[in-house]
Design a protein around this ligand. Structure first.
Ligand code: GLU
Length: 435
């Protein structure tokens, strides 16, 4: 069983989508279920509507789930399990105030050592719970640190072992009774039998904590991990909100198509048999072992190239429909424009220029008018050369004085692909075009 566990606290970025894609894909390969779990337990950070936005993006990328649930639905289970750990003396209540903890942190900083919980409340018995509740004293529940190192197996990074003190006596239930991320995540992974967790490497430090929680809860099944390296921007820094290209919404708005984004994200830091592929194709060969341990660098030019390649391969009618046309001509026309455009937004601009009223350019104003008039009164020529020769002879124009205004009248642009190449796809719209 695999899962994608987004928090509805921000926009979906390329790192999240890569995680979703790989979980989905490996679930397909293993013929097992894929769960989407919305991690909405941090009420203060949740942003209304982000869950729906994330689900819509997954749908756009055809990443379908077998189960969907919101983590907050399990709140009572999380609380029950925390109390059970307390009763079994695997956890303890802690009444240290935030001020005390801050002092401890400051002290650790001064001493130049890593902060660890002081152990001040570690011996408080679970019987204290009743008194604390009666007297309204705020408390959290902390897990006791393990008595031996915790080792986890990571398909990409190898075996990772951390010492008990690194795991520390961490909080599992906050003073308001809500579970912390690590606790809710480990409980839910356990309850749904997740045996492979694929996620970003920013979670590596959480992994031993979650393994420790599951072990203390008596969960014996092994969990494998695959922590994906971070994605860097062109300056070699971690891609962040400030990099537009990190936002899936932005990429889609810019005219990058889902198939190309999928292809690019699966190619990033990976060894693949081909450069251009679809998601079903990747399912036949993808291996997590082939993903590089080191960070990948985002390259928008590469994505533009991949977008072009997918647009080239797209069915003509499907491509036409993107621009509001129902027949295959405009799709074929758009493919010719891929010589100079890479996204659907750029293609749209080219097609729009062809179909919009042509603003006469001062230099060629007279010639454009002459050509328009001849075309208006001529039959529709099937053949480009016959069409061109007709215009040449009727207008008496020659060389640049013919070709410049001719191109402007047909395409609204001074430069572009060979007119003979695009003519077959625009001829049936010719009167509309020159209007
Ligand atoms: N909600 C976490 C995140 O979005 C999930 C991490 C995980 O996959 O465990 O980063």
């Amino acid at each position: 069983m695999l899962r994608f566990a987004p928090s509805p606290t921000g926009d979906m970025h390329i790192g999240n989508l890569r995680v979703a894609l790989l979980n989905y894909l490996v679930a397909k390969q293993r013929n097992t279920q894929f769960i989407v779990r919305i991690e909405d337990t941090d009420k203060e950070r949740n942003i209304e509507g982000k869950d729906q936005e994330i689900l819509m993006i997954l749908e756009k990328f055809a990443i379908t789930h077998d189960q969907l649930f919101y983590q907050s639905e399990n709140l009572h289970i999380h609380q029950t399990l925390a109390i059970r750990l307390l009763e079994e003396k695997k956890a303890f209540v802690c009444t240290c105030t935030p001020e005390q903890l801050d002092l401890d942190r400051d002290k650790a900083k001064q001493d130049n050592i890593a902060y660890r919980y002081s152990g001040r409340c570690a011996d408080m018995s679970s019987g204290e719970l009743v008194r604390l509740k009666e007297q309204n004293i705020p408390f959290v529940i902390r897990l006791k640190l393990p008595d031996h190192p915790i080792a986890t197996h990571d398909i990409i990074k190898g075996t990772v072992e951390v010492s008990p003190s690194e795991v520390d006596n961490f909080v599992i239930l906050r003073a308001d009774g809500t579970p912390t991320y690590n606790f809710a995540c480990a409980c839910d992974d356990m309850l749904t039998g997740i045996n492979l967790v694929i996620r970003g490497e920013d979670h590596m430090s959480n992994t031993p904590k979650q393994a420790h929680i599951k072990r203390l809860l008596g969960y014996e099944a092994d969990t494998e991990y695959a922590h994906l390296p971070i994605i860097l921007n062109t300056e070699g820094k971690k891609m962040s909100k400030r990099d537009n290209a990190s936002s899936i919404k932005w990429l889609l708005e810019e005219g990058f198509i889902p198939d190309a984004i999928i292809n690019y994200l699966l190619l990033l830091g990976n060894k693949t048999p081909t450069e251009i592929f679809t998601l079903p194709e990747a399912a036949t060969w993808l291996k997590l072992e082939n993903i590089s341990k080191s960070p990948a660098r985002f390259d928008i030019d590469k994505l533009r190239f991949i977008n072009r390649e997918h647009l080239k391969r797209m069915d003509d009618i499907r491509l036409s429909k993107l621009f509001g046309f129902a027949d295959s001509d405009i799709g074929k026309l758009a493919k010719i424009y891929l010589e100079e455009a890479s996204t659907t937004v750029e293609l749209q601009a080219k097609i729009k220029a062809i179909f919009s009223p042509k603003i006469p350019i001062q230099e060629w104003k007279t010639e454009m008018k002459i050509l328009k008039e001849i075309i208006n009164n001529a039959p529709v020529f099937d053949d480009y050369d016959l069409f061109k020769n007709h215009l040449l002879s009727q207008s008496g124009l020659k060389g640049k004085s013919f070709f410049k205004p001719f191109r402007l009248v047909l395409t609204g642009a001074e430069h572009g692909p060979e007119l003979g190449d695009i003519y077959p796809y625009i001829k049936s719209y010719i009167l509309e075009i020159i209007s």
